[in-house]
Design a protein around this ligand. Structure first.
Ligand code: GDP
Length: 460
């Protein structure tokens, strides 16, 4: 049982219509009683359920009105955290929010740590770990498709799948342990066969989840994309043309040495994360600007490379220098400026790039871009972008847990096939169960829990 009460500002600090200070814990109502005065309903805190009350936050040392507010009361256990929650909806300016927060802290609450509201929701059994993690993904979604996947996870779709696999494992464990408990009954062939089949089913399910995890990561983190080409081929023009048609989402991450700007372009639901945009914008050749080694590194770390060639110049030595760096099959070759030279012969390129798209466009005149976008989607997703009911693992922590579970199940199957004693097989079944439990939080250490919630923002 958590016995203290936390408070934090739950909305971004800045100017906005509304700002919210959230208070959660056993004395949330007591804290609010000290700083909130209702306009009409003095008994705002009595009665069951949820309600919103109009009134003022008063500085109880000076008696001054701090702001005109709406107070939402959500009683335990049906609130987000499972505790009594008070949310004070004030005007969305830095000062009212800070003053109300300070008053809450001076009247019995302590400052909530990052993610502490969600952590309480988890500890109180309102959400499992996978659901809690999906909250960040919902907040950070880059495209509609990504949002859909995160909402599915928040609704518990991934968790249900994991729970059903865990149940299957428990079932297998019960059968094995019956054999261990009564060793005089020889373990019979049919029950072994049965466990083997069950293991295979669990293994297939896990492998499917792992297989889709790469697409999941793409929705969550974006496709790391780099546009390369010698100077003046039209890299910036291409970027601008893609940006013009598609909403760009720019997030600034205050970094340690410099602020990194991440720019996302939404291509038919897939977020492309453009790497090193600042460098590209200056129309300088990245190879020339940052050196071959660093270029290689960027190219090797990219999920997708858009290699731009100038149709009006043909393929030059400079282009060949870049082609040498492009060993992977994650390249789309873009022949730009076909408005100037529509008779560019792509056969030579076909020799260099056998298994990929070579596509002709004019970035300046918006020609060929629709086809290019389709090719990007196909390259990234194998043509599939519909995510209606798909269960996608988007989180690498979950993928690692699935990888672990997979190895244990394989051990179970090998063990059965090789006549390994039941008690050894049962250890692997338990380990597989625990690995899956890391996803939902049914088997996870406190350190991991702390680490996960620390990634959240304050007030969430
Ligand atoms: P970067 O150095 O690779 O980023 O190239 P820019 O995007 O700055 O383009 C260099 C020049 O080529 C600019 O004058 C562009 O207007 C021009 N340009 C870019 N794309 C096209 C195109 O499709 N057709 C024509 N005719 N000119 C283009």
């Amino acid at each position: 049982m958590i016995d203290d009460t936390i408070a934090a500002i739950a909305t971004p600090l800045g100017e906005g219509g509304i700002g919210i200070v959230r208070i959660s814990g056993p004395s949330a109502i007591d804290v609010a009683k000290k700083i909130f005065k209702a306009k009409y309903n003095n008994e705002w805190y009595s009665g069951p359920g949820f309600r919103i009350t109009y009134g003022h936050v008063i500085d109880n040392t000076s008696g001054e009105i701090v702001d005109e507010v709406l107070l939402s009361l959500m009683l335990r256990p049906k609130s987000f955290t499972g505790e009594d929650v008070v949310e004070i909806n004030c005007h969305g300016g830095i000062l009212p929010l800070k003053k109300i927060l300070h008053l809450s802290l001076n009247n019995g609450a302590r400052l909530g740590e990052p993610g502490e509201f969600s952590k309480r929701a988890f500890l109180n059994g309102k959400l499992d770990l996978a659901q809690a993690e999906s909250i960040i993904d919902v907040i950070r979604s880059k495209t509609d498709a990504g949002l859909k996947i995160s909402i599915n996870q928040l609704q518990g779709k991934l968790s249900q799948k994991i729970y059903s696999l865990q149940e299957e494992l428990l079932n297998m464990l019960a059968q094995i342990e019956a054999v261990i408990d009564f060793p005089e009954d020889d373990i019979d062939e049919t029950s072994l066969k049965h466990i083997n089949t069950q293991s295979q089913v669990v293994l297939n399910n896990i492998e499917n989840l792992i297989k889709n995890a790469d697409s999941g990561r793409i929705y969550r983190e974006g496709v790391r994309t780099v546009i390369v080409g010698k100077p003046n081929v039209g890299k910036s023009s291409l970027l601008n043309a893609l940006l013009k048609e598609n909403r760009a989402i720019v997030t600034e991450i205050p970094g340690t040495t410099r602020d990194i700007i991440e720019e996302f372009i939404n291509i038919k639901g897939i977020p492309l994360k453009i790497i090193d945009t600042a460098g590209l914008r200056k129309t300088e050749d990245i190879v020339e600007k940052i050196g071959v080694e660093r270029s290689k590194e960027i190219i090797n770390n990219a999920d997708l490379i858009l290699f731009v060639i100038d149709a009006s110049e043909g393929i030059t030595n400079e282009d060949y220098e870049i082609i040498k760096l492009l060993k992977n099959n994650n390249v789309i070759v873009i022949v730009n400026k076909i408005d100037i030279n529509s008779s560019f012969n792509i056969n030579e390129l076909k020799n260099e790039f056998k298994d990929t798209y070579i596509t002709e466009i004019s970035a300046l005149h918006n020609m060929g871009l629709e086809k290019l976008e389709q090719e990007i989607v196909e390259k990234v997703m194998g043509g599939q972008v519909s995510v209606d009911d798909q269960l996608l693992v988007t989180n690498m922590r979950h993928k690692h847990a699935l990888d672990k579970a997979r190895l244990h199940i394989i051990e179970v199957i090998n063990g059965i096939n090789n006549g390994v004693p039941g008690d050894l097989i049962s250890i692997d079944i338990k380990s597989a169960w625990e690995a899956l439990g890391e996803i939902t939080g049914s088997a996870v250490s406190e350190d991991i829990i702390d680490k996960i919630f620390n990634e959240f923002c304050i007030g969430k």
